[in-house]
Design a protein around this ligand. Structure first.
Ligand code: TXA
Ligand code: MG
Length: 313
């Protein structure tokens, strides 16, 4: 895929691709991002597939401003002060996710928190505005490679699954955003150092804890535990036992079963995973039997997530 110059026509093509659930590469002031509609679980699954990540790491959703952010997260006054000081810009806020946010659960990797950033780059802002949805966008590199600061880096790294690569030259900052979590009760934790210095964050938020540091206070809002079903999970189950509900893949299961993908399409399966687990859990079944999922492509991340859900109760 060849990068294209940014103009009204290429921007509209990119926005249309996003609205259709496809992926584009967009410049931001930090690094280039691989962007898709954050509210569309299939688009989010395509991002993980294109990046070749072995796990569903949570993604940053890009919005225009604090107003939009408040639709998706419960922002403590400290989080609001940080946004007012550093947005638009290289700050990503991780905060408790609102139950009525339409950002796909897959974009948050099943966490009860959501990561939000209002970028400053005019092209990113134009694309968010034209697409009309929050854009989930990790750095536009394959997993394990360096973050791309030129459109050509993204083009070399990513395959033909990208609809449009918008080329706006080199990224002014060239370093990823600083990721800061602000819990429901206002505890501020540095999750990833980045383009905004810790001292600048602290000048607004006061002392910032390091993730995992022994002096970090524990608070309910800080526990980043993944959603785990109440039901026990039985993995690699080729059939459902008596009283078990069934999560199928490929061949249909017994009546009441949900099928992650009748076509054995791993992107479709990833898009359905969280919603289907919740649906089966809501039936009150004691055990959810899960069909074997192949370990190729996104299957690796799906199996990783299922293993955590099976163990994490
Ligand atoms: O500058 C940037 O942040 C770029 C541009 C494109 O915006 N994006 C970027 O995304 O670097 P990515 O996916 O490569 O890194 C996102 C970081 C990861 O370290 C991830 O673990 C963290 O943000 N993150 C996202 N959501 C989180 C959450 N709910 N809880 C904890 N960490 C989260
Ligand atoms: Mg990255």
């Amino acid at each position: 895929m060849k990068p294209v110059a940014v103009n009204a026509a290429s921007l509209e093509r990119a926005a249309a691709a996003v609205r259709e659930g496809n992926l584009v590469v967009m410049p931001t002031e930090t690094v280039y991002g691989l962007a898709g509609d954050a509210t569309n679980p299939a688009a989010v699954a395509r991002i993980y597939a294109a990046k070749g990540r072995p796990k569903f790491n949570p993604l940053i959703s890009h919005i225009l401003d604090l107003n939009q952010a408040e639709r998706h997260a419960h922002l403590h006054p400290v989080a609001r002060s940080l946004a007012e000081r550093f947005w638009p810009g290289a700050l990503t806020l991780v905060a408790p996710r609102r139950a009525d946010s339409d950002i796909a659960e897959l974009a948050c990797a099943g966490l009860p928190s959501v990561a939000l950033r209002a970028p400053a780059h005019p092209v990113a802002r134009a694309l968010i505005g034209a697409a009309g949805v929050p854009l989930a966008a990790p750095s536009a590199n394959r997993s394990g490679r360096l973050s791309p600061t030129h459109a050509s880096h993204a083009a070399e790294d990513l395959g033909e699954e990208i609809s449009v690569i918008l080329d706006a030259g080199s990224c002014p900052l060239g370093l990823e955003s600083t990721v800061v979590s602000v819990s429901a009760d206002g505890v501020v934790t540095m999750l990833r150092p980045g383009a905004i210095a810790r001292a600048d964050i602290e000048s607004v938020a006061g002392p910032v804890f390091d993730a995992g540091a022994s002096n970090a206070p524990t608070s309910p809002g800080m526990m980043e535990s993944h959603y785990a079903p109440r039901a026990r999970l039985r993995l690699n189950a080729t059939t459902a036992g008596a009283g078990e509900s069934y999560l199928a893949f490929g061949a249909a299961g017994p009546p009441g079963a949900l099928n992650l993908s009748p076509q054995r399409d791993l992107i479709e399966a990833a898009a359905n995973l969280f919603a289907f687990l919740r649906q089966l859990d809501a039936t009150g079944a004691k055990v959810i039997a899960v069909a074997p999922i192949p370990r190729e492509g996104l299957g690796e991340a799906i199996n990783d997530r299922l293993a955590r859900a099976a163990a994490g109760r």
